[in-house]
Ligand binder design. Structure first.
Ligand code: PLP
Length: 463
């Protein structure tokens, strides 16, 4: 029997969580000054004697909850962070109680089974080649390391070089080709893997940030091409079909960074954006972004499962690999111990179905289009073609754009971040939560207008 104190503690945690979720739509989207000041309650010395468990949980909720950002609410548009699917959250709660280590089948047959099923469903949902394998990692930053390691080792192995044994010193050189606007985590993954950011051949992009095929250098069998499905600012997609065809004709490897854009492949009305994505060799995606699974849930998908496994391989006398047919998750990730991340992704896919996922993604795209239309009508300049979930807007000059954004952020009505685009400061809106409604978009636009009008009144434009 579960001890009454533990039962009480866990029930209280659930009550706090439900209270938090209940108020999420109406609280300030970014914590206000009082909430931030309340964080000083955590500045305690490490107690020598343990403190009461319920009081500890109480402190966490009273002081911690208000100083979170309302990322699970309907008007958080920052950083493509993504909302939270309730079924996935419920599954996560149960799986947290299991506290499984999903490294090996032997450590958690349930986690291994759900990884296998989720892998199969994801491959079908995204229209990827049947043989594609999936590793469940923390996010795209790590997934890129996995995909690039698989590519690097496979390309060098074809050149007669075994990176796992021989390392990189004196290896034949590899080339790396990306669009000029590849995400910063791509350069970091390359440098971690000994490929160095100076080696990157950055291909000029068009006005939307898409790699220009007409500017693509000659490729060869020693080239790793990193393509983007979803430009981090504009949401635009590299021309994946043309890129994959050119790359494969030359024997190059294509890895697609689809952190948030990968899910376009699951939405029939947006699938044209990632036309040809199935031709790539490997893919990165985040379940915690536009799919709205809980943090953290990254995916490495690789057509050549043996290449991914070879790149991430380790062994140990005490490691008992499973028989054929059972899955050991650590074969496909750089981690060993790892929570059972597939559980919540499985629950999300099962409860929404492929049609529900398509509706989720399409809804975000339509709300982004609504945002763009209403902001333009209110006099903001729209700076990108809104093809997916990303909207970039600006005011008459950089100072006004920044003052407007500061006003929007301080309003607590909604939250978005800043970026630069074609030499201009812009407000970057990422619609990435299934909780957002058309009314939330209009309410946010009203906050933009108030913030801009206040900024104009405070600093009238020079005559
Ligand atoms: C978010 C993002 C990343 C990094 O992913 P994490 O999940 O934060 O590790 C990489 N590329 C793109 C395009 C992204 O949007």
């Amino acid at each position: 029997m579960l001890n009454a104190a533990i039962r009480g503690l866990l029930s209280r945690a659930q009550e706090h969580a439900l209270e938090y979720m209940d108020g999420i739509a109406e609280r300030p989207v970014f914590p206000d000054a009082d909430a931030l000041a309340g964080l000083s309650a955590f500045d305690e010395a490490l107690p020598a004697q343990g403190r009461d468990a319920l009081a500890t949980l109480e402190l966490l909720h009273r002081q911690g909850s208000p100083a979170t950002t309302a990322q699970t609410g309907p008007r958080y548009f920052g950083f493509v962070n993504g909302g939270l699917d309730p079924t996935a959250l419920a599954a996560r709660w149960l799986a947290d109680a299991w506290d499984q280590n999903s490294a090996l089948w032997m450590m958690s047959p349930t986690a291994a089974k759900l990884e296998a099923v989720t892998e199969r469903w994801l491959v079908e949902l995204l229209g990827l080649p049947r043989e594609t394998v999936a590793g469940f990692v923390s996010g795209t930053a790590v997934s890129l390391v996995c995909g690039i390691a698989a590519a690097r080792n496979a390309l060098l192995s074809r050149a007669g070089w075994d990176v796992a044994r021989q390392g990189l010193f004196e290896a034949p050189p590899l080339r790396v080709v990306t669009g000029a606007q590849a995400h910063a985590t791509v350069a970091r993954a390359l440098s971690l893997l000994g490929l160095g950011s100076d080696r990157i051949e950055r291909v000029p992009c068009d006005a939307q940030g898409r790699l220009r095929l007409d500017a693509l250098p000659e490729l060869d069998a020693h080239t790793l091409v990193l393509a983007a499905a979803g430009n981090v600012n504009s949401g635009a997609f590299d021309p994946l079909r043309g890129l994959c065809e050119r790359a494969h004709a030359a024997g190059a490897w294509v890895h697609v960074d689809g952190a948030f854009g990968l899910w376009a492949a699951a939405a029939p009305a947006r699938a044209h954006l990632c036309d040809g994505i199935e031709l790539a060799d490997s893919w990165s995606g985040d379940a915690h972004k536009t799919l709205n699974a809980p943090y953290d849930g990254g995916l490495i998908l690789c057509r050549d499962g043996a290449a991914l496994e070879a790149a991430l391989h380790m062994d140990g006398a005490y490691i008992a690999w499973s028989e054929e047919g059972a899955r050991d998750g650590m074969r496909y990730t750089p981690e060993m111990s790892r929570r059972a991340r597939a559980v919540e992704i499985w629950a999300l896919l099962r409860s929404r179905g492929s049609e529900g996922v398509a509706a989720l993604i399409e809804g975000m795209c339509q709300h982004a289009a609504q945002f763009a239309g209403e902001l333009e009508a209110a006099g903001f300049s729209l700076c990108n073609e809104v093809v997916f979930n990303q909207v970039l807007v600006a005011c008459a000059d950089d100072a006004l754009t920044e003052a407007t954004l500061a006003g929007v952020q301080a309003s607590g009505e909604c939250w978005c971040g800043a970026s630069s685009w074609h030499g201009r400061r812009v407000i970057r809106i990422s619609v990435c939560s299934g909780a957002t409604t058309a009314a939330d978009v209009s309410r946010s636009v009203a906050a933009f207008v108030r913030a801009r009008d206040a900024a104009c009144a405070a600093a009238p434009p020079p005559r």
